[in-house]
Design a protein around this ligand. Structure first.
Ligand code: CUA
Length: 158
């Protein structure tokens, strides 16, 4: 079969782009631990106020010393704020939204997930050093989206 030279060039160019983009996915997955969500849990966003966990969002310590942070995102704030967690211990974030889709990104780390009404997003991270982080909403959620900022304080482990 005869394929024109220009057509051949574009076919190879398209193939090279595919490999480039696939490579970018594998690279970020491998080096930056960027993964699709794996936790599926639902919650009724209309009755969050009465929910045993999300009715009183906050930080809890489990018997094994690990820490669980329940966060409710709502236009245009996070609750609790600030969030205080210990350094050098696994911290499991459990996020949900009371209204629209929000983002929850601990700026400068790979802790980053969407807060989706009706679902609980969960991920676990360990912050090795004490410090302060900005928590930003990175999903456009309304006119004051740019003001939706919280604070995470990582304290020396007791
Ligand atoms: Cu919440 Cu943007």
């Amino acid at each position: 079969m005869h394929v024109e030279l220009y057509e051949r060039i574009w076919m190879w160019a398209a193939g090279a782009l595919l490999l480039l983009f696939l490579g970018a996915i594998f690279l970020t997955a491998g080096l930056h631990a960027v993964q699709p969500p794996s936790h599926i849990e639902t919650v009724d966003p209309t009755t969050l106020a009465d929910h045993p966990e999300f009715g009183k969002p906050g930080v809890a310590t489990r018997a094994d010393g690990s820490v669980v942070v329940s966060v409710v995102a709502q236009t245009f704030s996070f609750s609790p704020d600030p969030i205080e967690v210990p350094a050098n211990r696994p911290v499991t974030f459990r996020l949900t939204s009371a209204d629209v889709v929000h983002g929850f990104e601990v700026v400068g780390t790979n802790a980053n997930a969407m807060a989706i009404p009706g679902y609980v997003s969960q991920f676990t991270v360990t912050f090795p050093e004490p410090g302060e982080y900005i928590v930003g909403c990175n999903e456009y959620c309304g006119t004051l989206h740019h003001n939706m900022v919280g604070k995470l304080i990582v304290k020396e482990s007791p």
